[in-house]
Write a protein that binds this ligand. Structure first.
Ligand code: CP
Length: 294
């Protein structure tokens, strides 16, 4: 039974086994394969989610697990109960594993030392979102065959992005060449020693163009002065998409701010893999939940 707190600390062979196991689960045609029968998992979301929460639930149910969904907004967290006490409460009821999304950075690592059940990181602040990066690597690997030498540009709100960090850590372990592109106010300077910040024109010369959501909820007021100005300087507009080489794929973790970081018409562009990423989230999370609970 194993936790998944982040990809920075995972070896390429461990990541590779998860990707291989996801391919196995994708190949299974039955809706439910009850390898986790009589096992209980709680999805504990202290921050909003659509894709991650529902694809974990799909994954858990497809493995035959019993699923409990915890939502902070309708819980005793609203009465002031701490995250630590909430997680310990669920553990004391007999949960076998917990999927958890949190806002504060550092809390997950601390929680993992205080509970004995495996924890799976479903996104912690701007630190890591390991299952998102795993499904992103899976999508790239399926399309290109291998990750080694792949040129991946991550464009947008790097500063607030746990998706960018998890992808950077994981892609580099496989020998992919990562470039970052962001306006200065959305750069994370500490990542500059791992991957260079390049211009938008240079970023678009890649194999994978990964657009990030401008995370307005994490911005200080006024950081994004003009959505249209951002779109013109850093958005994947229809004009820019038309200039991409035919082999390039377009990715975005979603949710999407249409017509800010990516034009409405580009979301379902023939080179876009955005909805494929969402489908791939289910077998990836089956592999991760199985790894944690079997
Ligand atoms: N990509 C992603 O994490 O989406 P949600 O916030 O909807 O889970």
């Amino acid at each position: 039974e194993r936790s998944l707190l982040g990809l920075k600390e995972l070896s390429s062979s461990e990541i590779g086994s998860i990707l291989d196991r996801a391919a196995y689960w994708e190949s299974r045609t039955e809706k439910v394969v009850p390898v986790l029968k009589d096992r209980f998992v709680a999805n504990m979301f202290f921050e909003n989610s659509t894709r991650t929460r529902f694809s974990f639930e799909m994954a858990e149910k497809r493995l035959g697990a019993e699923v409990l969904n915890f939502s902070a907004a309708v819980s005793s967290v609203e009465k002031g109960e701490s995250i630590h006490d909430t997680v310990r409460t669920l553990e004391s009821m007999g949960i076998d594993a917990g999927v958890i999304r949190l806002k504060p950075v550092g809390l997950l690592a601390d929680l993992a030392t205080k509970v004995s059940m495996p924890l799976i990181n479903a996104g912690d602040g701007n630190n890591e979102h390991p299952t998102q990066a795993l499904l992103d690597l899976y999508t790239m690997k399926k399309h290109f065959g291998e990750l080694k030498g792949l040129k991946v540009s991550i464009i947008g709100d790097i500063k607030h992005s746990r998706v960018a960090r998890s992808n950077l850590w994981a892609l580099q372990k496989f020998g992919a060449e990562v470039k970052l592109c962001a306006p200065e106010i959305m750069q994370a300077p500490e990542l500059g020693s791992y991957a260079p910040y390049v211009s938008m024109d240079e970023a678009l010369c890649a194999d994978v163009v990964m657009m990030l959501r401008v995370q307005l909820e994490r911005h200080a007021e006024g950081l994004l002065r003009s959505a249209e100005q951002y779109r013109l300087e850093y958005g994947l507009t229809e004009e820019r998409a038309a200039l991409l080489a035919p082999h390039v794929i377009i990715m975005h973790p979603a949710p999407i701010n249409r017509n800010v970081e990516i034009d409405d018409a580009v979301v379902e562009h023939p080179q876009s893999r955005i909805f494929k990423q969402m489908s791939n989230g289910v077998p990836i999370r089956m592999a991760v939940v199985e790894r944690a609970m079997k």
